[in-house]
Design a protein around this ligand. Structure first.
Ligand code: DQA
Length: 147
């Protein structure tokens, strides 16, 4: 069975109450539940995690490598825009990784349009709300089947 680790960065624990006009009304638990159902249908095991701390996220990326995870889906939150450390962690482990954002980071403040993490990923999905996580899961599933 293939395994995917889903990593969520700072403030995503507040989804549902945090700026709902931008991020929607779904909580992170809602997103997790739906994604787990979808993963189950693909016969993929999910490990869903959120942290407000950069080092925790880096540790989880390293641990995913040691544990032999097959893919990573990451919404790095604001770390997207400046964490070279998370980018280096992703580059270090050689696990196919997709970056996801709920909002369209290209239609907001200028600082959000730049991701320092995306170059280490196979791609970036943004602006599709929680469906972005589902899209990332679908793409990884498809790649697993092709290999
Ligand atoms: C976000 C976009 C980031 O700019 C922001 O800092 C977040 C959430 C998104 O999912 O749209 O925390 O990653």
């Amino acid at each position: 069975m293939k395994r995917i680790r889903v990593l969520n960065g700072p403030n995503l624990n507040l989804l549902g109450t945090r700026e709902p006009d931008i991020y929607g009304h779904q909580t992170l638990t809602d997103i997790k539940k739906r994604l787990e159902e979808e993963a189950h249908a693909y016969n993929i095991e999910l490990d869903f995690y959120q942290s407000n701390h950069e080092g925790d996220i880096i540790d989880r990326i390293h641990e995913a490598y040691r544990a032999g995870y097959d893919g990573i889906i990451i919404n790095p939150g604001a770390f997207t825009h400046y964490s070279y450390a998370i980018r280096d962690a992703i580059s270090s482990v050689n696990i196919p990784t997709i970056e996801v954002h709920l909002s369209n980071i290209h239609s907001r403040e200028e600082f959000r349009s730049k991701s320092v993490i995306a170059p280490a990923c196979i791609g970036q999905i943004c602006g599709l709300g929680a469906d972005g996580y589902s899209a990332a899961l679908f793409v990884l599933h498809r790649r697993f089947k092709e290999r």
